[in-house]
Design a protein around this ligand. Structure first.
Ligand SMILES: [Zn+2]
Length: 572
């Protein structure tokens, strides 16, 4: 049994995420966690809400609430939706937790002690009307390059030129619109990533098994232009982890907080500590996942994220850990994803374009979405959600192939032999062939799951379902029963056991359907069918079952057309 630590990129607190966000980190991480648990491994699966920073402050102000209350409420909302999608986190934490505050301050103190923090005085825009320093993206003005009048202080959206706020013509506050801006001196802490560049590069070079998407992004940031740069890790904000040097005050940094990107990945560790707190465990119980001096040396740590998060996870967070000179667990494998597009364009949170997680659950059960999203995961390139494809995939794979097999077998058995596993006959050549085929396909499925090849795993699983259907089609127990009822009983006994096998192996993708299948069979044996022949004998003759309701219903053309219109833009 192995020990596997899994983290999903933590979603930002301000609002409900769309399906593209879900398939870019949380959902494939859940798939992997469920699979590894199913194989009997010890899994720790952590996610959290990312709560600090200016966007949270502004969203709270817009909602007319104190930012702490706003974050607490939105955390509950996101937690509930995650549960709706059956995301099986061991803990869904909060980056604003006391655990994360202490750990973030601890890392900053350790980094300073080891000489990896530089104090830099810089000049930054202060908005007199807003009574605050403005982060670059909250300063607007006219682009000196193209004349666009809503260019942001970090970049012009129109011509994509990277900007400094001081480049802007007629700068103003994006918060209040005030033009009363003053350049004021302010001191900030920089993480000296350049001093750690050699170590980081050697570490990335040692990860020869990482996906190209992950390493190519990391290397681009290491080498492009002037190469890896030192990074500001503090901000002049109120909402965040107060700057402290471990347990001590940090002279000159009073009233400042750590930058959200510094504290957010530390929440992976803090979230595990929160798990221990929530479950009445000791520190040793979470430290054995994270401290290589306290039991984590045999842990395999896997991170899941969208490609936009790769730089922080391959460079900045490792720099934090390495620079601490403490024995914290570094990531072993980073699985990154491209983007999911929506029906000929992009998902847009601001325009309400595309399907958001709460809306998805309001129209169909989680498994329908899980199946489509995972079987179309944007792994090697961006992929696209279309309603036609969604309808086709659900109706064919789930309803026609898997659902139909379950329904036909149980209904046929009920009508001919009653609701118990029939005893007659014995397996013949056709059954042996099926077992051999399933054994081979199962090995392929397992290999894809181990390698986190999500789409390929889905297609191997589908092939396993298809093999069962083809067997039934050619064995035709409904015909055989007329001439050789004993033989038909042997076929159905195998087919009922096949439903259990499918429940076990499909559970990481479609956990609710798997649970219904198992409940119908009156079985609680979720053991992995390593030996397919033996797995198809788990339900003995005479074992009772109940014929299940429709496992998956089909999506009609009318529904498809209605949803297509409803989710085309401007969320109400
Ligand atoms: Zn421009």
């Amino acid at each position: 049994m192995a020990r596997i630590l899994i983290t999903s990129a933590i979603p930002y607190i301000n609002g409900i995420k769309h399906l593209g966000n879900l398939v870019g980190s949380q959902l494939p991480a859940d798939l992997y966690a469920r699979y590894m648990r199913g194989r009997g491994h010890e899994v720790m699966f952590i996610c959290a809400t990312d709560e600090h920073g200016t966007p949270a402050e502004l969203a709270a102000a817009k909602a007319g609430k104190p930012v702490e209350d706003y974050c607490a409420e939105m955390h509950e909302v996101q937690k509930e939706i995650a549960a709706g999608f059956r995301l099986s986190f061991d803990h869904f934490g909060r980056s604003s937790s006391a655990r994360n505050r202490r750990l973030t301050q601890h890392f900053a103190g350790a980094l300073a002690e080891n000489g990896f923090i530089e104090e830099v005085v810089e000049r930054q825009f202060f908005s007199v009307a807003d009574n605050r320093f403005l982060p670059d993206r909250y300063i607007e003005g006219t682009c000196p390059n193209c004349g666009y009048d809503k260019a942001r202080g970090d970049q012009c959206e129109n011509c994509t030129k990277q900007l400094d706020p001081t480049d802007l013509i007629d700068p103003r506050s994006a918060i209040s619109g005030s033009t009363e801006l003053e350049l004021r001196e302010t001191k900030h802490l920089y993480l000296r990533q350049r001093a750690l560049k050699g170590e980081i590069e050697a570490w990335i070079d040692s990860k020869t098994d990482w996906p190209v998407l992950t390493t190519s992004i990391a290397k681009k940031w290491l080498h492009d232009g002037e190469g890896l740069q030192d990074r500001g890790i503090t901000r002049d904000l109120k909402w965040g982890v107060p700057v402290r040097k471990g347990g001590e005050p940090w002279p000159g940094m009073e009233g400042k907080v750590f930058y959200v990107w510094f504290d957010a990945p530390i929440e992976y560790i803090a979230g595990t500590a929160e798990w221990a707190d929530a479950n009445g465990k000791a520190d040793a119980d979470w430290e054995r996942w994270w401290r290589t001096d306290k039991g984590a040396e045999d842990v395999r740590y896997v991170q899941f994220m969208g490609k936009d998060n790769v730089p922080f996870h391959t460079l900045s967070f490792p720099a934090t850990i390495m620079g601490s000179r403490e024995p914290w667990k570094l990531v072993d494998y980073i699985k990154s994803f491209n983007y999911l597009n929506y029906d000929g364009g992009q998902f847009s949170t601001s325009q309400g374009r595309g399907v958001f997680m709460d809306q998805a659950l309001s129209i169909l059960p989680a498994d329908y979405w899980r199946w489509w999203l995972l079987s179309h995961a944007p792994e090697n390139s961006d992929s696209e959600f279309t309603w036609e494809n969604f309808q086709g995939s659900v109706n064919k794979d789930l309803a026609d192939v898997l659902g139909n097999l379950v329904s036909r077998v149980t209904k046929f058995c009920r009508s001919k032999f009653g609701e118990t596993v029939p005893a007659g006959g014995s397996p013949g050549e056709r059954e042996h062939q099926l077992v051999a085929e399933l054994q081979q396909r199962l090995a392929a499925y397992e290999a894809c799951m181990e390698a986190m090849e999500v789409r390929k795993a889905a297609s191997e699983l589908r092939a396993l379902w298809v093999a069962g259907n083809e067997y039934l089609q050619s064995a035709a127990p409904w015909t055989v029963v007329k001439t050789d009822p004993e033989q038909a009983q042997a076929m159905i006994r195998l087919a009922l056991n096949l439903i259990r096998l499918y429940a076990v192996i499909s559970r990481p993708f479609i956990p609710d359907a798997a649970a219904s299948m198992m409940a119908s069979l009156g079985c609680e044996d979720w053991s992995w069918p390593a030996d397919v022949g033996r797995a198809l004998e788990v339900l003995p003759a005479g074992h009772g079952f109940t014929t299940p309701d429709v496992l998956f219903r089909k999506i009609t053309d009318e529904e498809r057309a209605e949803w297509q219109t409803r989710f085309s833009g401007v969320r109400s």
